[in-house]
Design a protein around this ligand. Sequence first.
Ligand SMILES: O=C(CO)COP(=O)(O)O
Length: 234
Amino acid sequence: MIIAANLKTNLTRKETKKYINEVDAYITSCNSSQEVLVFPAMSSLDTYKSSVVVGAQNAYPTDNGAFTGEIGLTHLNEFDIKTILIGHSERRHILGETQEELVKKFNYFKELGFKIVYCVGEPLEKREAGKDVMMEYISTQYEGIDTQYENLIIAYEPVWAIGTGLTPTLDDIKDIHKELKDKSSAPLLYGGSVKVANAKEVLSIENVDGVLVGSAALCAEDFCKMIEFAEELS
Ligand SMILES: O=C(CO)COP(=O)(O)O
Protein backbone atom coordinates (compact mmCIF):
# COMPACT_ATOMS: atom_id res chain seq x y z
CA MET A 1 0.00 0.00 0.00
CA ILE A 2 0.99 3.61 -0.33
CA ILE A 3 1.05 5.67 2.83
CA ALA A 4 1.71 9.35 2.16
CA ALA A 5 2.14 12.37 4.42
CA ASN A 6 1.42 15.84 3.11
CA LEU A 7 3.13 18.08 5.68
CA LYS A 8 1.72 21.22 4.00
CA THR A 9 3.05 24.46 5.55
CA ASN A 10 4.28 22.74 8.70
CA LEU A 11 7.55 21.58 10.23
CA THR A 12 10.84 23.44 9.86
CA ARG A 13 13.82 21.90 8.10
CA LYS A 14 15.15 20.68 11.45
CA GLU A 15 11.79 19.23 12.46
CA THR A 16 11.34 17.60 9.05
CA LYS A 17 14.73 15.92 9.30
CA LYS A 18 13.82 14.51 12.71
CA TYR A 19 10.43 13.42 11.37
CA ILE A 20 11.87 11.61 8.35
CA ASN A 21 14.53 9.95 10.50
CA GLU A 22 11.86 8.70 12.90
CA VAL A 23 9.70 7.31 10.11
CA ASP A 24 12.72 5.76 8.43
CA ALA A 25 13.81 4.13 11.70
CA TYR A 26 10.32 2.67 12.11
CA ILE A 27 10.20 1.29 8.56
CA THR A 28 13.65 -0.25 8.95
CA SER A 29 12.94 -1.71 12.39
CA CYS A 30 9.81 -3.55 11.25
CA ASN A 31 11.05 -4.25 7.76
CA SER A 32 7.90 -2.71 6.33
CA SER A 33 7.17 -3.32 2.67
CA GLN A 34 4.82 -0.34 2.32
CA GLU A 35 5.56 2.51 -0.06
CA VAL A 36 5.96 5.57 2.16
CA LEU A 37 5.92 9.06 0.67
CA VAL A 38 6.50 12.33 2.53
CA PHE A 39 5.87 15.77 1.06
CA PRO A 40 7.67 18.37 3.20
CA ALA A 41 7.33 22.14 2.95
CA MET A 42 9.42 23.64 0.16
CA SER A 43 12.15 25.02 2.44
CA SER A 44 12.51 21.62 4.11
CA LEU A 45 13.40 19.79 0.90
CA ASP A 46 16.81 18.19 1.17
CA THR A 47 18.71 15.03 0.30
CA TYR A 48 17.41 12.57 2.85
CA LYS A 49 19.13 9.20 2.92
CA SER A 50 16.08 7.24 3.88
CA SER A 51 13.63 4.53 2.88
CA VAL A 52 11.01 7.28 2.80
CA VAL A 53 10.41 8.74 -0.66
CA VAL A 54 10.51 12.52 -0.39
CA GLY A 55 8.40 14.49 -2.85
CA ALA A 56 7.62 18.12 -3.58
CA GLN A 57 4.22 19.61 -2.72
CA ASN A 58 4.54 21.81 -5.79
CA ALA A 59 6.95 23.12 -8.42
CA TYR A 60 6.59 25.32 -11.46
CA PRO A 61 6.82 23.53 -14.84
CA THR A 62 10.16 25.02 -15.75
CA ASP A 63 13.83 24.32 -15.37
CA ASN A 64 14.40 27.77 -13.85
CA GLY A 65 13.58 31.36 -14.75
CA ALA A 66 11.57 34.41 -13.70
CA PHE A 67 8.72 32.88 -11.66
CA THR A 68 8.89 34.69 -8.34
CA GLY A 69 8.00 32.53 -5.39
CA GLU A 70 8.24 29.27 -7.29
CA ILE A 71 10.86 26.56 -7.58
CA GLY A 72 11.69 24.65 -10.74
CA LEU A 73 13.26 21.43 -11.88
CA THR A 74 16.80 22.61 -11.05
CA HIS A 75 15.80 22.92 -7.41
CA LEU A 76 14.26 19.47 -7.33
CA ASN A 77 17.26 17.96 -9.09
CA GLU A 78 19.54 19.41 -6.41
CA PHE A 79 17.96 16.95 -3.97
CA ASP A 80 17.25 14.21 -6.50
CA ILE A 81 13.50 14.62 -6.01
CA LYS A 82 11.46 12.69 -8.56
CA THR A 83 8.03 12.74 -6.94
CA ILE A 84 5.49 15.55 -6.99
CA LEU A 85 1.98 16.31 -5.76
CA ILE A 86 -0.21 17.98 -8.39
CA GLY A 87 -3.78 19.28 -8.14
CA HIS A 88 -4.13 19.39 -4.37
CA SER A 89 -7.38 21.10 -3.42
CA GLU A 90 -5.54 23.82 -1.53
CA ARG A 91 -3.69 24.72 -4.71
CA ARG A 92 -6.83 24.52 -6.79
CA HIS A 93 -9.13 26.40 -4.43
CA ILE A 94 -6.93 28.66 -2.27
CA LEU A 95 -4.16 29.41 -4.76
CA GLY A 96 -6.40 29.35 -7.81
CA GLU A 97 -4.58 26.85 -10.02
CA THR A 98 -6.75 26.05 -13.02
CA GLN A 99 -7.16 22.67 -14.69
CA GLU A 100 -5.28 24.07 -17.68
CA GLU A 101 -2.30 25.02 -15.50
CA LEU A 102 -2.38 21.67 -13.76
CA VAL A 103 -2.36 19.84 -17.09
CA LYS A 104 0.74 21.82 -18.13
CA LYS A 105 2.40 20.94 -14.86
CA PHE A 106 1.34 17.31 -15.17
CA ASN A 107 2.69 16.97 -18.70
CA TYR A 108 5.97 18.69 -17.83
CA PHE A 109 6.71 16.33 -14.95
CA LYS A 110 5.33 13.32 -16.81
CA GLU A 111 7.82 13.91 -19.63
CA LEU A 112 10.55 13.80 -16.99
CA GLY A 113 9.25 10.50 -15.62
CA PHE A 114 8.28 11.87 -12.21
CA LYS A 115 6.03 9.91 -9.91
CA ILE A 116 2.93 12.10 -9.83
CA VAL A 117 0.37 12.04 -7.05
CA TYR A 118 -2.57 13.74 -8.74
CA CYS A 119 -5.39 14.90 -6.48
CA VAL A 120 -9.09 15.12 -7.28
CA GLY A 121 -12.12 15.78 -5.12
CA GLU A 122 -15.36 17.71 -4.89
CA PRO A 123 -16.31 20.71 -2.74
CA LEU A 124 -19.32 20.39 -0.46
CA GLU A 125 -21.82 22.09 -2.76
CA LYS A 126 -21.08 19.58 -5.52
CA ARG A 127 -21.54 16.68 -3.14
CA GLU A 128 -24.79 18.14 -1.87
CA ALA A 129 -26.03 18.54 -5.44
CA GLY A 130 -26.18 14.75 -5.80
CA LYS A 131 -24.00 11.98 -7.12
CA ASP A 132 -24.30 12.79 -10.83
CA VAL A 133 -23.25 16.41 -10.35
CA MET A 134 -20.45 15.33 -8.05
CA MET A 135 -19.06 12.72 -10.45
CA GLU A 136 -19.37 15.14 -13.34
CA TYR A 137 -17.33 17.69 -11.37
CA ILE A 138 -14.65 15.13 -10.52
CA SER A 139 -14.54 14.09 -14.18
CA THR A 140 -13.53 17.62 -15.14
CA GLN A 141 -10.45 17.17 -12.96
CA TYR A 142 -9.40 14.27 -15.18
CA GLU A 143 -9.57 16.40 -18.33
CA GLY A 144 -6.22 16.55 -20.11
CA ILE A 145 -4.62 14.11 -17.67
CA ASP A 146 -2.97 10.97 -19.01
CA THR A 147 -4.74 8.45 -16.81
CA GLN A 148 -2.60 5.64 -18.25
CA TYR A 149 0.67 7.25 -17.16
CA GLU A 150 2.74 4.50 -15.57
CA ASN A 151 4.03 6.62 -12.70
CA LEU A 152 0.67 8.01 -11.75
CA ILE A 153 -0.98 7.74 -8.34
CA ILE A 154 -4.39 9.34 -7.89
CA ALA A 155 -5.61 10.69 -4.56
CA TYR A 156 -9.31 11.19 -4.00
CA GLU A 157 -9.67 13.95 -1.43
CA PRO A 158 -13.12 15.46 -0.95
CA VAL A 159 -12.48 19.16 -0.26
CA TRP A 160 -15.00 19.25 2.58
CA ALA A 161 -13.23 16.38 4.33
CA ILE A 162 -9.81 18.03 4.36
CA GLY A 163 -8.83 19.26 7.80
CA THR A 164 -12.42 19.18 9.04
CA GLY A 165 -12.62 15.88 10.88
CA LEU A 166 -15.45 14.91 8.51
CA THR A 167 -15.17 11.93 6.20
CA PRO A 168 -17.51 10.28 3.73
CA THR A 169 -19.00 7.02 4.99
CA LEU A 170 -16.98 3.89 4.27
CA ASP A 171 -19.67 2.90 1.75
CA ASP A 172 -19.36 6.27 0.01
CA ILE A 173 -15.60 5.91 -0.25
CA LYS A 174 -16.05 2.40 -1.63
CA ASP A 175 -18.59 3.58 -4.16
CA ILE A 176 -16.58 6.59 -5.39
CA HIS A 177 -13.32 4.66 -5.54
CA LYS A 178 -15.01 2.03 -7.67
CA GLU A 179 -16.10 4.70 -10.15
CA LEU A 180 -12.70 6.38 -10.12
CA LYS A 181 -10.97 3.07 -10.80
CA ASP A 182 -12.99 2.91 -14.01
CA LYS A 183 -11.35 6.17 -15.08
CA SER A 184 -7.84 5.00 -14.27
CA SER A 185 -6.32 1.81 -12.97
CA ALA A 186 -3.55 3.81 -11.23
CA PRO A 187 -3.21 3.25 -7.48
CA LEU A 188 -5.95 5.26 -5.78
CA LEU A 189 -5.45 6.84 -2.36
CA TYR A 190 -8.09 8.29 -0.09
CA GLY A 191 -7.33 11.56 1.72
CA GLY A 192 -9.33 13.82 4.03
CA SER A 193 -9.35 13.59 7.83
CA VAL A 194 -7.58 10.23 7.92
CA LYS A 195 -6.28 9.60 11.42
CA VAL A 196 -5.14 6.67 13.53
CA ALA A 197 -8.73 6.09 14.67
CA ASN A 198 -10.10 5.53 11.16
CA ALA A 199 -7.06 4.62 9.03
CA LYS A 200 -7.42 0.89 9.38
CA GLU A 201 -11.03 0.80 8.24
CA VAL A 202 -10.31 3.19 5.37
CA LEU A 203 -7.36 1.08 4.25
CA SER A 204 -9.58 -2.01 4.34
CA ILE A 205 -12.00 -0.63 1.75
CA GLU A 206 -11.96 -2.22 -1.70
CA ASN A 207 -10.08 -0.09 -4.26
CA VAL A 208 -8.35 1.98 -1.58
CA ASP A 209 -4.67 1.46 -2.31
CA GLY A 210 -3.41 3.77 0.41
CA VAL A 211 -3.97 7.07 2.17
CA LEU A 212 -2.77 10.65 1.83
CA VAL A 213 -2.68 12.17 5.29
CA GLY A 214 -2.37 15.81 6.37
CA SER A 215 -2.71 16.92 9.99
CA ALA A 216 -2.66 13.47 11.57
CA ALA A 217 0.61 12.69 9.78
CA LEU A 218 2.40 15.56 11.52
CA CYS A 219 2.96 13.27 14.48
CA ALA A 220 5.55 10.72 13.28
CA GLU A 221 4.32 8.13 15.74
CA ASP A 222 0.75 8.37 14.40
CA PHE A 223 1.96 8.23 10.81
CA CYS A 224 3.98 5.11 11.63
CA LYS A 225 0.89 3.55 13.18
CA MET A 226 -0.85 3.96 9.80
CA ILE A 227 2.11 2.29 8.07
CA GLU A 228 1.71 -0.54 10.58
CA PHE A 229 -2.01 -0.90 9.74
CA ALA A 230 -1.16 -1.10 6.04
CA GLU A 231 1.42 -3.77 6.76
CA GLU A 232 -1.12 -5.78 8.74
CA LEU A 233 -3.62 -5.59 5.89
CA SER A 234 -1.14 -6.41 3.13
O1 LIG B 1 -5.13 17.45 2.37
C1 LIG B 1 -4.87 16.37 2.88
C2 LIG B 1 -3.74 15.57 2.40
O2 LIG B 1 -3.26 16.03 1.19
C3 LIG B 1 -5.66 15.86 3.99
O3 LIG B 1 -5.55 16.72 5.06
P1 LIG B 1 -6.12 16.26 6.49
O4 LIG B 1 -5.61 14.86 6.72
O5 LIG B 1 -5.56 17.25 7.46
O6 LIG B 1 -7.60 16.30 6.39
